[in-house]
Design a protein around this ligand. Sequence first.
Ligand code: GCW
Length: 712
Amino acid sequence: MRARSFTLASSRLLLIAVCALWSSPRVNAETGAEAWLRYAPLSPQVSKSYERLPSTVVALDHSAVLKAAQQELIRGLTPMLGRTFTASSEFVQGNSIVLGRLAEVQALAPKENPPEPLGGDAYWLKSTRIHGSACLVIAASTERGVLYGAFEVLSRIAREESVSNLDEVQQPYAPIRWVNQWDNLDGRIERGYGGPSIFFADGKVRDDLTRAGEYARLLASIGINGCTVNNVNAAPAVLEDSFIAQVRRIADVFRPWGVRLSLAVDLSSPRVIRGLDTFDPLDPRVAEWWRKKVDEVYRQIPDFGGFVVKADSEGRSGPSAYGRTHADAANVIARALKPHGGVVFYRAFVYKHHLDWHDLNNDRAKAAYDNFHPLDGAFDDNAIVQIKNGPIDFQVREPVSPLFAGLRRTNEAIELQITQEYTGQQKQLCFLVPMWKEALDFDMRVDENSTHVKAIVSGRVFDRSLGGFVGVANVGMDANWLGSPLAMANLYGFGRLAWNPNLSAETIVDEWTHLTFGADPLVIATINKLQLRSWHVYESYTGPLGAGTLTNILGNHYDPGPESSEGNGWGQWHRADKQGIGMDRTIATGTGFIGQYPPEVQKLYEPLADCPDKLLLFFHHVPYTYVLHSGKTVIQHIYDSHYEGAEEATAFIAQWKALEAHVDQERYRDILSRFEFQAGEAGKWRDGICSWIYQLSGISDQKGRVGNSARR
Ligand code: GCW
């Protein structure tokens, strides 16, 4: 009896172990560290369809970037396809995957030509025969381009797409595809929700930079080519010579992945660090200081990317101290960088945070345009004005910044926020790609022509040589980078949009889900749907109708706190009072902000009757009883939207639960607990905002949920 039960038990154990090995073919536990680069084994049937993919990976030169591309292909293809791939440093007869710059490839196969020229970091994927052997060629004019091509091949295979009969060129839409990290030198990250800094601890660069290297690999896999490692609220100490020597170690781990390192700098550095009694950008001694400093940086980091500057903003020092302009400040730094090929990003996030809130003509939204439009044409050609997508500050709903159309002779980059400062701080699901798409696809109608924001910032509309996309990422030491597994779709999506803003949100999320969770159709359909609904849901229970994120702006930027917006100088006003709500930004009766847009856009927003509901309260102050295009009153819309949003957030739980048997337990449980938490938070928001607005307006909910019950 005992012997029998022993046998049974042990055979059951064996069975479980075998099943576990077979059914969860995972290399690592699902910590999220691999993000979308999981390279999970494909089913035998799918692997078979790649049996003609050559097993030798040839790198035609010995550069670190090409080696990284070669190693990455081997690292990914081996587990995905369950066979051995080997590296070779030269082409010898035999079927091969061939990696090289175009000239190197053409030396081997002189007749081969890409179907279109390979500009910038573009790559060419070509199936061909070289000396009689079947080859998949990945070629580019830069090493970085080859690396991007290798990642693309891996992504296609991971998503079970064909990689045969290829002859295609993929061009990045814009040259600037950067992330900013707001890491402080003590290791904390401003608005970071994924743990402490991967770069800094205790005022120094970390000894162990393994994560920094892994981050660069992730960034490269989505085409990001630059990373600013420290907070725009910059510690002057980053420019101490001893610190530059430390930062050099970060650049060293970035380099194989083609990611250029950059630093955020404080404009007063010439005075603060040592030496000068001024930081006046027009003082020749200051110019000389920047020149020498930049020379030192490039001595240590020859491929250094450049600087980011936040000046005259939120208490930072700036050129106003000397009566100089932002262009003066940007140019003194740009000129020091120019001989080395570096660029300076000068942030347009400049506004007064001590505005008189009694004055209805004051409007923070006008600040960027007011400050920068008059300087158009005054910035050097290696300076880029970095503009947040909206005129306020990464709220859940804003119109695009009018400054995009207001700079014709100045390089621009759009700044998007990947870290969810005002959109749930990674505790709640908010997939931001649909929101970014709305901004990028917005047609500014400059000179009555089709001039989409994406085309303007990339430099196409006004024929600028530099321009593009900057994302504030704020990954941290948490294994899963952003603190939440589903939030990684935002980092992935930012990179994909920076490479090609014409991709749809649906395509991007579909790619991400497949790469991150595998091929199960139910899993893909469910997660895609959750992600694609999440921004609208979050908006509906936080700040509908363009009122802004009605959050606690004086505290954590997370909890409901609509009162905190009013009665202070920060200018995130919604102007709700007993009669109505919204900021009058019209030309006729309001702050005049609408006048900063080109005429056709003005026509969209100025007439109350035409203004889209979703932005109504951003542009107009209306009574609570004002009737929307939907036929509902404003107040009823606010009640309904909060209830519907909270209900939909609660329904996320059941949708997720349907995946229990389809997703590994680690991620299943983690994400389930997040949705349960979010449902509670959504209820808190619904009740907080509905009772606040009921108390202000005295108008109860027609559906009996707010106000009426209090009276009953
Ligand atoms: O929204 C604000 C954030 C600050 C940030 C600032 C900026 C880095 O609350 O934390 O500072 O924007 O973008 O400079």
